[in-house]
Design a protein around this ligand. Structure first.
Ligand code: NAP
Length: 308
């Protein structure tokens, strides 16, 4: 029986791990298929307090993990396959085996949303991606496009100008959702060309199955046209990673976990933190704050089970 399992190694999970480890719970921290969460796929983070020149997302995550390990957190590569409550504890299925725990912090974050167009899955890695930091350098001196109008789209577009000959920013409206500083930076870049009121209608590939162009549809006129791009970077937001908890943990209509009295879920001993429950703020620092709160809530819960 574990005392505390923490699902996720993004900002929320790792902060929960630091607090829980310092409270001597030796939490078992599960790294899923996107270790480090969204920060590990970003570049410079300029708004995390304490780093006046900014810090690289992956470096920030590595530091947090080392900090948690220093106090006794244990890490395991595993994805939660199923979850069920039991009397006085809960059970999670990892690699086909049930593991029991007295408390659980769900900090499984949110993953990139895709457009839902035909052949999308098979094109990932062949000119279709959601991570400019990971794949941008493969597309030197060729035209690429970014889909979306939020901070992610603007950040990715700006980053891609280091490599690509041209970056088309394709957005379904004519106003960016991104914060002013990110939007201004992107629009001032001479390599970035916004294409407004437009959606991507179709991916077009060459004989070897690599992206060669896209079909764009103007949402005002309905007109379609072909645009030559070697890579499409999709940056249209995220969906929460809550599938294994469906039917057990209360969620809103978009699948985000619902919290009550702080970070508690509807099941005693189960707490939620970060982007898996937060569709409003979604910042590294708010996720870290929630991770801290969830660890403290779990600690309090455990101390009522048996004096610690
Ligand atoms: P977001 O703010 O939800 O923006 C998603 C964008 O994609 C919106 O412009 C939306 O269009 C568009 N979109 C959504 N579904 C679409 C579809 N099916 N087809 C075409 N376009 C679609 O997501 P995000 O940019 O990933 O940002 C998420 C959070 O992370 C935000 O809070 C953001 O501030 C934060 N963030 C911060 C930084 C930073 O500070 N360094 C960097 C990245 C992200 P509409 O505008 O028309 O809805």
């Amino acid at each position: 029986m574990e005392k505390m399992i923490i699902v996720g190694t993004g900002c929320a999970g790792l902060t929960a791990a630091i607090y829980a480890a310092r409270a001597n719970f030796a939490p078992l921290v599960l790294e899923g298929h996107e270790p480090g969460g969204q920060l590990s796929t970003t570049t410079l983070v300029e708004n995390f307090p304490g780093f006046k020149e900014g810090i690289d997302g992956p470096e920030l995550i590595m530091n947090m993990k080392a900090q948690a390990e220093r106090f006794g957190a244990r890490f395991q590569y595993a994805t939660v396959e199923a979850f069920e409550p039991a009397t006085g504890h809960v059970r999670v299925k990892l690699d086909s085996q049930w593991v029991e725990t007295q408390s659980l912090v769900v900090a499984s974050g949110a993953s990139a949303r895709w457009l839902g167009l035909p052949r999308e899955k098979e094109l990932v890695g062949h000119g279709l991606t959601s991570c400019a930091t990971c794949d941008g350098a493969f597309y030197r001196n060729v035209p690429v496009c970014v889909i979306g109008g939020g901070d992610s789209a603007c950040e990715e577009a700006s980053f891609l100008t280091r490599f690509a000959s041209k970056v088309y920013l394709i957005h379904r409206r004519d106003g960016l959702r991104a914060s002013k500083i990110m939007a201004d930076r992107a629009l001032a870049n001479p390599k970035i060309e916004p294409i407004w009121h437009t959606e991507l209608a179709e991916y077009l590939t060459d004989d070897s199955g690599e992206m060669r162009a896209v079909t764009l549809r103007n949402l005002k006129s309905g007109a379609t046209r072909e645009l030559e791009v070697k890579c499409v970077f999709v940056a249209i937001g995220h969906v929460p990673n809550t599938a294994p908890f469906k039917g057990q943990l209360d969620m809103d209509e978009n699948g985000y976990l619902l919290q009550r009295n702080g970070t508690q879920t509807n099941i005693p001993g189960v707490f939620a933190a970060g982007d898996v429950a937060d569709h409003v703020y979604r910042q590294a620092i708010t996720a870290a704050g929630q991770g801290c709160a969830a660890a403290l809530d779990a600690e309090r819960y455990l101390s009522h089970l048996e004096p610690h």
